[in-house]
Design a protein around this ligand. Structure first.
Ligand code: ATP
Length: 342
């Protein structure tokens, strides 16, 4: 295989984190290809991040243009929308184009029960799961499977309240009852290099969710009078710099998750590339993790020009998208491309 980056391209769907992925590719001197629909191409044209835009009718039809990507030696970067439109199983079974990152890990992260086994094995502090509503002995959050953006989640404080609130849902079998952690949300963005074995902290964010982040603007009594229910639909991301003394803990749990991933069935190389641990920090500074995303997350979007942490390490603008492109460039130039493809 060629050692010349001019023989390759980086491609992704025009959505989610594509702006920084494409810009990062260009900054590293690699051709950037955006796959867009007519309706979604505007930002990729306007911000000038792509060398080429391939139009498709809908993202679900990705496989129709896969051959074109393969002819261009394009390396596909999976992001949240990519995984959601194609589905992890199809990516694993059908994707023939070069794919950055482990496909097997995408299967583990997209199944709530499987990811729990992994995170527990890594020794992380997870919220308790209640097997039956009768066990509820404190605040819980009820999460429905496949509820995009936390829509329809609700909080209950007792068994009675649970049954009262679940009534209005049509398919109430498909849920999990999780301990509700009172604290502040924190999303930790990592990059694990498959080439050097080093784990890097890229940045942190919290989400800006509707209407969870506006409910505090209304008095509690008015919320009750108006029958307002909390929802967690994501609308954007807000950057955070964490208390510095917490950094050793964040490095440790990131490394523990990577170490535990090496034992996961169907993912021989384990977890590498960008990933994110999502949790709540309680007042005792315990980080209670409720989810992992094993690919680039939208929370890295505020940092197209790098974060305070990447500035410390790189002394040049380094978005997570650019970090991915740099890894790919290094791999191509050192003849190690196979080590980062999954
Ligand atoms: P994603 O798109 O990341 O899969 P989702 O639909 O699975 O999102 P979650 O990320 O699980 O939703 O949760 C939505 C929101 O609910 C989060 O912003 C978080 O702040 C809150 N939340 C989730 N779990 C808990 C918990 N155990 N305790 C307190 N808050 C929680």
């Amino acid at each position: 295989m060629s050692n010349d980056i001019n023989d390759f391209a980086i491609a992704t769907l025009g959505s989610h984190t594509a702006l920084q992925i494409l810009k990062g590719a260009k900054e590293e001197g690699i051709k950037a290809i955006a796959i867009c629909t007519k309706e979604t191409r505007k930002p990729y044209d306007s911000f000038g991040v792509a060398d080429e835009i391939i139009e498709i009718d809908s993202f679900e039809n990705f496989f129709e243009i896969e051959k074109i990507l393969m002819e261009k030696n394009a390396i596909v970067i999976p992001h949240g929308s990519f995984v959601s439109y194609l589905g992890p199983q199809k990516i694993k079974d059908n994707l023939k184009a070069m794919h950055y990152g482990s496909k097997g890990i995408l299967i583990w992260e997209s199944d709530r029960s499987m990811e729990r086994v992994w995170l527990q094995d890594a020794g992380l502090n997870l919220p308790r799961i209640y097997q039956t509503p009768e066990e509820i002995d404190g605040p819980v959050i009820i999460k429905f499977h496949g509820a995009k953006g936390g829509f329809g989640y609700f909080i209950a404080n007792s068994t009675q309240e649970f049954y009262e609130r679940i009534k209005k849902f049509k398919d109430p079998d498909d849920y999990v009852i999780q301990e509700y952690i009172v604290g502040v949300p924190m999303y930790v963005h990592y990059f694990q290099s498959a080439l050097t074995g080093e784990l890097e902290i890229m940045s942190f964010d919290k989400r800006y969710e509707s209407n969870a982040d506006s409910i505090g603007r209304i008095a509690a009594k008015d919320q009750l009078d108006a029958g307002i229910q909390t929802s967690y639909t994501i609308t954007g991301n807000i950057p955070i710099v964490v208390r510095e003394s917490m950094l050793p803990m964040f490095f440790k749990i990131g490394e523990d998750v990577v170490a535990a991933s090496k034992k996961l069935e169907g993912a021989p190389k384990g977890l590498y590339g960008p990933f994110c641990l999502e949790g709540i920090i309680d007042p005792n500074l315990n980080f209670r993790v409720f989810e992992i995303s094993a690919r680039i997350v939208a929370g890295t979007n505020p940092y197209t020009n790098g974060s305070p942490y990447t500035w410390l390490k790189y002394n040049e603008p380094m978005s997570t998208g650019r970090r991915v492109a740099r890894e790919i460039k290094t791999a191509i130039q050192s003849g190690r491309l196979q080590d980062i493809l999954g």
